[in-house]
Write a protein that binds this ligand. Structure first.
Ligand code: 13P
Ligand code: SF4
Length: 309
């Protein structure tokens, strides 16, 4: 008797039929990451989407990431399992408000974090991710004032790393990382005195001060994998456990819950499920559909970032 078909089998079959690639961010549910052709941080997934030669990009992440994939590879069909998979940083920076801010600061260059809408990217001079934000700002002449949008914690971190006083920061935050509390990290350090701390730069400065390493999701995974310590306090979304457990099976990871949900999970990322992914591959919906002129304007600052090595 043939083995029963699982939803995972159906997705893999649909993926073949559609000539699709499945890209998954580290914050996706593990059953989605298991089926992915590539798992990565926002920069790695953008690069992977840009070079994809097939027909369909099934983007298991949040909407702005899929939008980026579409902008970088516009002839492909790009789908996301759940159209409501948003991001609090995108919501914090409507394009209209950015345009008004730019009018007040006409001599400033705009650096936008990749966690923004296509409209905001189209208003920007260059995009950055948590992995390359310092490098991107350093690529701008030191005497050029900069508006940095929308993550205030990443902006503060970049300001401190570059010593650039001429960076003016938008006041957006990530609903997950910004509510991590230093007192909880201190308590975790007391409970696990051998553990070292890795943190995402979207965390507040008091948390970053307690970190031994600060970096993007993939940078945190690489750092932990090669670090001689056995125990780690990890200040980012707990989906990174999937890759951490595979790459460092003998190490222990402690995720400190935030003050918002008392968890370390992104509610937007977790909207995607295997059932919704199967439905999206069947219907090719929800699908990204952006005006060509908007994509052309948003592509320039993205390509400027990707050209920096
Ligand atoms: P990464 O660039 O590390 O993937 O981060 C994206 C993100 O949304 C973090 O919350
Ligand atoms: Fe946005 Fe924060 Fe979720 Fe990342 S973790 S997608 S920044 S809300």
């Amino acid at each position: 008797m043939p083995a029963a078909t699982t939803i995972a089998d159906e997705i893999l079959e649909l993926k073949k039929q559609r000539n699709a690639i499945l890209l998954a961010h580290h914050y996706q549910e593990s059953e989605i990451q298991e089926l992915a052709d590539a798992i990565g941080d926002s920069l790695e997934l953008a690069r992977r989407a840009q070079s994809f030669g097939g027909e369909v990009i099934a983007f298991c992440g949040v909407w702005f990431m899929a939008e980026t994939a579409k902008i970088l590879n516009p002839s492909k069909t790009v789908i996301v399992p759940d159209a409501e998979a948003g991001c609090s940083l995108v919501d914090a920076c409507p394009a209209e408000q950015l345009r008004a801010w730019k009018r007040k600061h006409p001599d400033h260059a705009v650096v936008s974090y990749i966690n923004t809408s296509a409209e905001v990217k189209a208003e920007s001079d260059i995009v950055c991710t948590s992995r390359n934000a310092v490098r991107v700002v350093e690529s701008i002449p030191a005497d050029q004032p900069v508006l940095f949008v929308p993550d205030v914690n990443l902006g503060r971190y970049v300001k401190q790393q570059t010593g650039r006083e001429n960076l003016t920061l938008w006041q957006g935050t990530c609903v997950v990382h910004a509510t991590f509390a230093a007192r909880r990290v201190t308590a975790a350090k007391m409970e696990h005195p051998e553990a070292v701390v890795a943190a995402h730069p979207e965390c507040p400065p008091e948390v970053l001060q307690l970190a031994d390493f600060i970096g993007s999701t993939s940078a945190i995974i690489d750092w932990i994998t090669s670090h001689p310590a056995r125990e780690f306090i990890v200040m980012t979304e707990s989906g990174v456990q999937y890759t951490l457990k595979r790459r460092a099976p003998d190490k222990r990871f402690y995720f400190v819950p935030n003050e918002q949900c008392n968890c370390s999970e992104c509610p937007y990322m977790k909207r995607n499920t295997l059932e919704k992914l199967r439905a999206a591959l069947l219907a090719l919906e929800p699908r990204l559909d952006l005006a060509p002129d908007l994509m052309a304007r948003a592509r320039k600052p993205l390509e400027r970032m990707l050209a920096l090595r």
